[in-house]
Ligand binder design. Structure first.
Ligand SMILES: C[S@@+](CC[C@H](N)C(=O)[O-])C[C@H]1O[C@@H](n2cnc3c(N)ncnc32)[C@H](O)[C@@H]1O
Length: 369
């Protein structure tokens, strides 16, 4: 049941549990307080509220993850840090390049199948999304769901501030939609959903974001998501399929250079937020399909021997000419691999939607009963 949250008395950020605990039953209060204490809550109007927490409870901070990643023998950075405001805007530009087929293909599938998905899931009045970004594609599902229902609740979760704008755009456009946005990491956000709205839900994980995980991490992630699912819930996952290597390589090397800018932006962010001195002109973008591992790998390559200082304690990271920082994987799948992933995560495939070139699939998963 959706918690009715009283209006805040002022517009300053306040811990949301101050509001929520009034409405939740005693058992939920106990469970939720620990979770909710971490979030700042802000209600914009009757249909838009935002919860924010960019702290990981058990995880490491941005500074710690950067230090660990760059001190390792094979240097790497976690891709979730691509998405500061500039990174999110650059990702939107990548999506519009002619080389980046995943967005346009997934969008076509959604346009074709949104009505069917809505009609098949008439018990569902809640859509939640992991890594919602601009919510542009999810808007096709939202629209189709609203065509068949009097109201719909949408809970997007994203680590990027882009969520403010995308949520506001949605409530402006769809008068029967209410949005509870969560600006946080997947693992934090997913725990909060139940406290906000515990009704049957459609969970979206689009944009082939699953490909950023290793196979082992994907199983762990989906298993974790399944723990927050009820039998009536559906999880829609966008998988990028294995295809011609030229198509794959071009998608991550667009002629306008947006992917290159996106990749380099992570160093810019480290310079700004962690007081580092990466010379951006001394690093090159490299993206290629690794056919053994069935994934696109994205790297930043040092063009010279150089030393970078990071943080107020100015710890030093040395690079030799040609050395790489591995910044992202984007794993590609075939249908057997998706089936295996579902099996290992305690889920079953209920539907699978694809385009006519078999470039991409949106796979619907439910709990194995
Ligand atoms: C590849 S983009 C996909 C965006 C959108 N779903 C789409 O299909 O166009 C990944 C999105 O997930 C968000 N993201 C990445 N890692 C995240 C994490 N660990 N927790 C929450 N959001 C994350 C990013 O900010 C970004 O908006």
């Amino acid at each position: 049941m959706k918690a009715q949250i009283p209006k805040p008395l002022s517009t300053i950020y306040m811990p949301n549990y101050l509001y929520l605990k009034i409405e939740l039953n005693p058992i939920d209060i106990k469970k939720s307080e620990n979770i909710l204490k971490k979030f700042n809550y802000h209600k914009y109007n009757e249909r838009l509220e935002i919860f924010t927490s960019l702290k990981l409870k058990k995880g490491k901070t941005f500074a710690e993850e950067v230090k660990n990643g760059l001190s390792a023998k094979n240097k790497s950075l976690p891709p979730k840090y691509f998405y500061d405001k500039t990174g999110s805007l650059l990702f939107e530009k990548i999506c519009k390049t002619k080389e980046y087929y995943p967005t346009v293909t997934e969008k076509k599938i959604l346009i074709a199948k949104a009505e069917e998905i809505s009609k098949k899931n008439m018990k569902i009045n809640l859509v939640t999304e992991l890594g919602s970004g601009s919510s542009e594609k999810s808007a096709y599902l939202i629209k189709a769901f609203l065509n068949e229902r009097n109201s719909l609740h949408y809970i997007p979760i994203d680590v990027s501030e882009i969520l403010y704008e995308s949520s506001l755009n949605l409530v402006k456009k769809y008068k029967k939609l209410s949005v509870s946005g969560i600006i946080s990491f997947y693992e934090n956000g997913i725990k909060l959903i139940k406290s906000i709205d515990d009704s049957p839900k459609l969970i979206l994980f689009l944009g082939s974001s699953i490909g950023n995980f290793t196979r082992k991490e994907s199983v762990k992630f989906l298993t974790n998501v399944s723990r927050f699912m009820n039998p009536d819930d559906r999880l829609l996952v966008g998988f990028d399929l294995i295809k011609d290597e030229n198509v794959l390589n071009n998608a991550y090397n667009d002629k306008d250079g947006y992917t290159k800018k996106f990749n380099l932006n992570i160093l810019k962010r480290i310079n700004r937020e962690l007081h580092a001195n990466f010379p951006l002109s001394k690093f090159s973008h490299k993206a290629f399909y690794n056919s053994n591992k069935k994934r696109i790998e994205m790297h930043l390559i040092a063009n010279d021997d150089l030393t970078v200082e990071i943080g107020d304690d100015k710890y030093k990271i040395n690079f030799t000419k040609g050395e790489s920082i591995h910044t992202e994987n984007s794993c590609k799948f075939n249908f057997d691999m998706i089936q295996d992933l579902a099996d290992q995560s305690g889920m079953k495939i209920s539907d699978q939607y694809t385009d006519n070139k078999n470039f991409f699939t949106i796979t619907s998963l439910t709990l194995k009963t």
